[in-house]
Design a protein. Sequence first.
Length: 427
Amino acid sequence: MSNPWLALDLGTDPAERISQVGRAHELFVTGERPVDQVRSVVADSWRRSVGALVSPDSTAPIDLSDGDLEAYRAGHPLSRVLPIFRDLLGGLADDGAHIMAVCDAHGRLLWVEGHTSMLRGAESMNFVPGARWDEAHAGTNAPGTALAVDHPLQIFATEHFTRGVQRYTCAAAPIHDPATGRLLGAIDVTGGDHLANPHSLALVRATALAAEAYLGSQGPQPAPDTATVSVLGREDAVLAVGGKRVRLGRRHSELLCLLLVHPEGRTGDQLGFDLYADDLNPVTVRAELSRLRRTLGPELLDSRPYRLRGEIAADFLAVNRLLDHGRAGEALAAYAGPLLPSSDAPGIVRLRRLIDGRLRTAILTGADPRLIQTWVTAPWGADDLEMWEAYAAALPIGSPARMLATRRIAHLAAEYGLATSVQRRRH
């Protein structure tokens, strides 16, 4: 069975594959949408690109420049491992046939390095520091798609969604915070068709692992009673305690969130109501709490009432604190998606709606076009009609981006039977 993350199977003719995928790409972008001849990871990415209204002829936008870019990347965690990237990939970046690039978790390119001749070609398609290369802004590409699927992969020539990038082949791997599992960004190598081999993918993956190992070795280690909980954009919680990571089951993830928002403690009946509403079974709740205590340890979970002990941080609590201080941009940057999105426990549903509603209101009230764009191009905001209308209103009249946004608004209104703001004003 072939490796789905590699662009070419052994023995495949690159030129023939370029033509085959190129024909599928042209049919796809003209509306026929066949994907039989395309890897599933690429086909799924093409669909996400279309859903985000990326044009096959678009160019990645510049998100940060000059002083803003310098300040942002100087404070980014990946700046600490830049020497590792240069040590392991610098030879490739200087050979005149490759580019090394590092991006953050939002697809912003932080560093792009290589031979002058390669950098000139990269500049022509805005593959430059400060540009946004996530799928929502640049379509299918190795760093953007590696972030989207959270896995090392290659994107080969015509597998790129935008035509201006199809002369390149790339290999990229995501990089995580070793303590919390939070996605920090990705490392990428870009070059010609010769990159479509197992060695390039192994190299970027090894570089990402080396960076994570270095980050994990730096600074003071967490104390035994220190814990970090990550639940945003995840089906299950990840608990990091003393440098070890544990993935919890659904019910334990829900219990942990409920205890985090009630530091004063909760009775078994209160927790049961938040989990099951009218279907409360005290025996079931006690059994779940007993199993959770074995997972967390008695030093982290107390009883009578049930409450968490020790120093515990959580990503959703950090977002709420940022919103409390009016820092909507930082809150959005820290927001990886809805809290336990598949949970239907009443207490979790209320908490999820509260966080989403606070963040959404802060973005709408602030009317910052960059924040609104980040929201509507994220999976959780792609169908938000009101936010799309705010985004369109912030764009120059007649601009291609505004026209695309207007089309999206009309599509959403028709799909959900809703009235647009213009229609509402008419009535």
